[in-house]
Design a protein around this ligand. Structure first.
Ligand code: HEC
Length: 243
């Protein structure tokens, strides 16, 4: 009798313990799911972009590259290609200028600028340049480069024509530099137009200049064999394609 009672009590308490365990298990898993006790990689301590930092002496959380290092893909070793300038530009080289009819100061000498395209000029390059020109430049400079684009007709200051002797004789590096750094009232187009496309646009501007120059055209008509001659600033053809 005693034994059987004892064993009955033992049965009940075991069932009770199991029930409590089950309730606790359910509660803890609910807690975990409901309260987000879960850490993902994005939850680690980190700085928002440009956030101030107390850790570094200069209080900037953005760090410079270690001196002498270059991030992969950002080595701009080909100076001519990336700047349109000669290798050792002389910062003191005199720049001459004149004032045009609209009162704009116009540069007339272009020291330090390269005079030859740093990439081969092909029909594909000129076609690409035409496409890019029609997207980015035509609105102000006009379809032929006369400076009478639609925005200018609506009141934006008129750019100079590409078809005066000054810009016809300007080195190719100058056009590249104008797009890269802006010029007077004109903004830089470096963010919209990548370096290779800037050279494509320069090649197309050279084609426009020939197309609007009666002397060049009559020279071509007089000597059809020269029609394939490359525009001013084109490097001598390199067998095998160059770089
Ligand atoms: C929003 C209008 C506008 C657009 C778009 C524009 N330009 Fe200009 N550009 C100007 C103006 C205005 C000037 C004259 C700036 C001055 O003399 O202050 C100018 C000047 C120039 C010059 C002459 C610089 C000199 O020596 O006189 C060149 C070359 C030129 N732009 C090329 C380009 C090319 C290439 C593009 C397209 C990538 C372009 N521009 C897009 C307005 C524009």
């Amino acid at each position: 009798m005693y034994l059987s009672k004892h064993s009955a009590q033992g049965q009940i308490s075991r069932t009770g313990r199991r029930t409590i365990f089950c309730i606790l298990l359910a509660a803890s898993s609910l807690l975990a799911a409901g309260c987000g006790v879960r850490y993902d990689m994005q939850d680690q301590p980190r700085y928002e972009v440009y956030r101030e930092s107390d850790f570094f002496d200069d209080h900037s959380s953005s760090r410079d590259y270690p001196e002498g290092t270059v991030a992969r893909g950002l080595l701009k070793g080909d100076k001519a290609f990336y700047t349109g300038k000669i290798d050792n530009p002389n910062p003191n080289a005199p720049v001459e200028s004149t004032v045009n009819a609209q009162g704009n100061t116009i540069v007339t000498t272009f020291p330090n600028m390269i005079d030859e395209f740093p990439i081969p000029v092909t029909k594909e390059l000129i076609d690409r340049g035409q496409e890019r020109y029609n997207i980015y430049c035509i609105v102000c400079h006009g379809a032929t480069g006369n400076g009478d684009g639609m925005i200018v007709r609506r009141g934006f200051p008129a750019p100079p024509t590409y078809h005066d002797d000054r810009l016809r004789n300007a080195p190719v590096g100058h056009f590249f530099d104008v797009m890269t750094n802006g010029f007077g009232k004109m903004n830089s187009y470096a963010a919209q137009v990548q370096p290779a496309d800037r050279w494509a646009i320069v090649a197309y501007i050279r084609a426009l200049q020939i197309s609007q120059n009666p002397d060049e055209i009559s020279k071509m008509n007089a000597n059809p064999a020269a029609n394939t001659a490359a525009p001013k600033g084109t490097p001598a053809a390199t067998p095998g394609g160059g770089h």
